[in-house]
Design a protein around this ligand. Structure first.
Ligand SMILES: *[C@@H]1O[C@H](CO)[C@@H](O)[C@H](O)[C@H]1NC(C)=O
Length: 99
């Protein structure tokens, strides 16, 4: 193959890789020990969705969390009185949203 075509092909395939569906952990409620107590399954991303994991802290102590697939993905720490929300997204690998 012409080596001038190789680089564009590598770039294209990594872009397509980003659009590939990922498997993510899904859980409606993860308890403070990191055990999924409700709605445990896997979800698959579509389009620009990513895997996410949200952890809710109360007075600096982990209280509960969620995991799943979402297209709304803003890494952030939201502070509201004594409650912090740690919201992380990832798309580098399937099942990257471990609690
Ligand atoms: C989380 O759930 C597991 C399994 O039901 C239980 O053993 C554990 O004690 C729970 N942790 C908390 C902090 O409630």
């Amino acid at each position: 193959m012409d080596k001038h075509l190789l680089l564009p092909l590598v770039i294209l395939s990594s872009l397509l890789g980003f659009l590939q569906a990922l498997q993510c952990f899904h859980c409606d409620r993860v308890n403070a020990s990191g055990v999924c107590v409700s709605g445990e399954r896997f979800c698959e991303t579509t389009g620009s969705q990513q895997c996410f994991v949200k952890k809710v802290y109360r007075d600096g102590i982990i209280s509960y969390g969620y995991q799943g697939c979402s297209s709304l993905c803003v890494d952030m720490m939201f502070l509201n009185f004594n409650v912090n929300l740690d919201w992380k997204c990832c798309h580098h690998a399937s099942l990257c949203n471990k609690f």
